[in-house]
Design a protein around this ligand. Sequence first.
Ligand SMILES: C[S@@+](CC[C@H](N)C(=O)[O-])C[C@H]1O[C@@H](n2cnc3c(N)ncnc32)[C@H](O)[C@@H]1O
Length: 286
Amino acid sequence: MAIQIESQIPIGNQDIRLDEIEIRLLLEGIYQYYGYDFRDYSFPSLRRRLWNRVRAEQLENISALQEKILHDESTLQRLLLELSVTLTSLFRDPSFYTSVRDSVIPHLKTFPFIRIWHVGCSTGEEVYSLAIMLQEAGIYDRCLIYATDMNPHVLQKAKDGIYSMERMKEYEKNYLASGGEGDLSDYYVSDSQNAIFNSRLRKKVVFAIHNLAVDRVFNEFNLIFCRNVLIYFNKPLQDRVHSLLYQSLSQQGVLGLGSMESLNLTPHQTCYKQVDHQSKLFRRIR
Ligand SMILES: C[S@@+](CC[C@H](N)C(=O)[O-])C[C@H]1O[C@@H](n2cnc3c(N)ncnc32)[C@H](O)[C@@H]1O
């Protein structure tokens, strides 16, 4: 495993080379024993998060964390929460959704049956956003949607579809900026604290665990969203995931990436054409 060191500054009195060895051993142990593979995550942020956990568990070093994790699964669960960056929102980057409405949905409408995959869907806001658009376009009932993540905690939240009312103003703005035709509140009921999204929006959604570092292709899709996930991986893992996404897309299928992600220098760069100039949507052309 090739690990790049972000900085040569040791954390505390810890020798940097020893730190790297301990982290490598910890990640190997987690992979061998629990099957979670973080060995090819971007090293600088991984290292920072591991040390956060060392401190939170009131331990001395990474080796002590390794011992605790291997003998106590609840420590692993806490680490998983630390390592997953689950930040997301409804209609995140509204202009991306405008392009989906204008340039992707008309193409999807030509199919009698539409398969969609949300990769790394986190707590599901992205899934509900697209479901609303599909419903407004009148094609939701023709869709089968897979929403996957490696983290079971966030998947449960995605299934529940309950989000804080505090964020609904921002989400309503995003929805309208994306070209939303109604009122976002048409899609949820609220109590004093939460917006509870209509269960009709998940009628066609299968929520499932899928880990991009270890799992394989499982279907062929007309549309895949893999947004704000690849940024956390190193280049070999990014390349693995790009191959998996490419193999999972049908001819003329569309891949949506996050605003900081691209296909440049990936093995399949030349197999896609950008759907329009402003958005990170790419059509598979070969
Ligand atoms: C920042 S969130 C992105 C959520 C959503 N796609 C968006 O753009 O708003 C990243 C998600 O990727 C998931 N993730 C990280 N590593 C993964 C892996 N190896 N396999 C599947 N999901 C992963 C995390 O659990 C997290 O929910």
